[in-house]
Structures are given as C-alpha cells and as structure tokens.
Ligand binder design. Structure first.
Ligand code: CIR
Length: 279
C-alpha cells in the first residue's frame, strides 16, 4: 500500500490583485490638503488627465477596476488608499488622521461590503489611520506612526491581525506617510528614499526584522512605486531613481511603466494612494 504524501505548499505573497477601487478626482481638488503650497498652482485639467491615465494603466494590470464617484465635499477623495486596508480578506476601515477627510471612507466601506465575503472592521476612536501609513509585505504589516496614524491604531491593528500577520510600528517623523518614502517591490524587497526620513525608516525596519533587501533611490517621490504582478509603475521625471528601478526590473524581467503625476504630487499624492488594491 502506498503511503499518502503530504505536500505543504508555502504560498509566497505576490503583489497581484483582482480588484482596484479608484475614485474620480473631486471638482474641488485644488482645495486638497498640502504640506507645503506648491510652487505653481495645480492645473486641474492636467490633474484630471493624469488621474485618468493612472486609472487606464491600472486597467492593464488589474482585472476589475471599480470607479467610485467623486465627492465635491472632499477635495482629497481620489486618494482612496487612505480610506481602508484589505489584508488577507479582512478590511479595516480607517478613521482618517485629517478630520477634514473623515467621511471619504463611507462609500468605500459600502463597496467593500458588496464585493464578496470579507470581514469588515471599523477602527474605533481614538485610533486614527491613513492607509498611506500601512505597508503590507505578506509577512509583516508595517504601520507608520505619523501625524496621521497613531499608536492606538497600531494597537487595534495588532488585535485584529493577532495570530495572522505580524504588525510592526515604525516611527515616521518627517513627511506625510510611511509610504511617502518606502514601498514594496516584492515580498522581500523594499524601495526606499535615500533621504534622512528614508534612512530612519530603513533602520527602524532593520532593527525590528532582518529579512528585507532595500533598494535606495535618491528622490523621495520616486520611492513610492506600485508593484502589480509583473509590472512596476513608477513616477516619470526622476531620472536617476528611474535608472535604478529600471535596472532592478530588468534583472527580474519586470515591466516598468512610467507615469507623470506632477499635479497629484502637488497635493502630496503618490502612486499607491490613488487605488485600493485587493483580492
Ligand atoms: C492628504 O494630505 O491627505 C492628501 N492631500 C494626500 C494624501 C496622499 N495619500 C497617500 O499618499 N496615501
């Protein structure tokens, strides 16, 4: 009699997604929150064009791109990443760090409820969290402790993912979010800005866990990349960073796609912030 063979399949995390939720640009986008006033004002027509281009690129790499109407009362509503995180079939709805943005999450929670079986958990006051502070690598959920995301959010996330994912707090002392200076290339590789803020975050991660490879790029804006399947979407216009990312992609047969987001950057937008990606 033959013995049954037990095959234990370890499925490595691959950053590929079935769904992308995106949200139209608000007609009030020029009133969006900004850390610093931009040197030239936002060109709204160009911002709409760039945002549409971003959504069109997403359609080439994600099966279901779901467009949610803009909210004229919320100038920042296109930055949908901040409203929720979806990790391993659990959706956590943000209580956003900027009071002006609270309410953006409501229609997103409704759409998440309508899309299949998934646990939906609302973070509770006094927690505040923006999705831009959450970096999920498959093994770790890094939580940036920033002006927008607080220790109570870290505590609640620790409870929600207890026994499922390792939740690690990372201080963010400069800039808007954790992912303003670091993002995912693959389950073992993070792209990080070669800036004071980037180096501080890199050493916090390295002192907590040892297993990541870091690829440094000189431009903070360019450190926020969007990896989806075998495509890496990067910001156009940061030549040295782009060359580093191109080399990385070439070594791994990843297709690099550049997009120009100049007008979204003026509102502190990055590439990850324009979509909520999940399976
Ligand atoms: C804000 O200050 O909330 C927006 N103007 C920018 C949010 C960008 N979000 C992100 O990178 N996750």
């Amino acid at each position: 009699m033959s013995m049954p063979i037990l095959v234990l399949a370890m499925t490595a995390f691959t950053p590929s997604y079935h769904y992308a939720l995106v949200r139209e640009l608000s007609p009030a986008f020029e009133e969006s929150l900004k850390i610093n006033p931009p040197s030239t004002p936002i060109n709204l027509d160009l911002a709409i064009e760039q945002h549409e281009n971003y959504m069109n690129v997403l359609k080439t790499v994600v099966q279901d791109v779901i467009l949610i109407d803009a909210d004229p009362k919320h100038p920042d509503c296109n930055f949908i990443e901040d409203t929720a995180i979806v990790v391993n079939n659990i959706a956590v709805i943000s209580r956003m760090g900027a009071p002006e943005r609270r309410g953006e999450e409501l229609p997103i929670a409704e759409v998440l409820k309508s899309l299949g079986e998934r646990k939906i958990i609302q973070l509770q006051e006094p927690a505040t969290m923006d999705g831009g502070d959450i970096l999920f690598t498959g093994k770790h959920l890094f939580v940036g402790l920033s002006k927008r995301t607080n220790k109570e959010a870290l505590r609640q996330l620790g409870e929600i993912f207890d026994g499922k994912v390792s939740v690690v707090g990372i201080p963010v002392t400069e800039g808007l979010h954790l992912k303003s200076v670091i993002s995912l290339f693959d389950a073992d590789t993070l792209v990080v800005a070669a800036t004071t803020a980037g180096h501080a975050i890199r050493s916090s991660i390295e002192s907590a866990v040892k297993e990541y490879r870091f690829i440094e790029v000189p431009d903070a804006v360019a450190s926020n990349v969007l990896r989806i399947g075998s495509t890496l979407i990067v910001q156009e216009g940061f030549l040295v960073s782009e060359a580093i990312l191109q080399k990385l992609c070439d070594a791994e047969s990843i297709n690099l796609v550049k997009i120009n987001m100049s007008e979204l950057i003026k509102a502190d937008g990055a590439l990850t912030c324009g979509s909520l990606l999940f399976n």
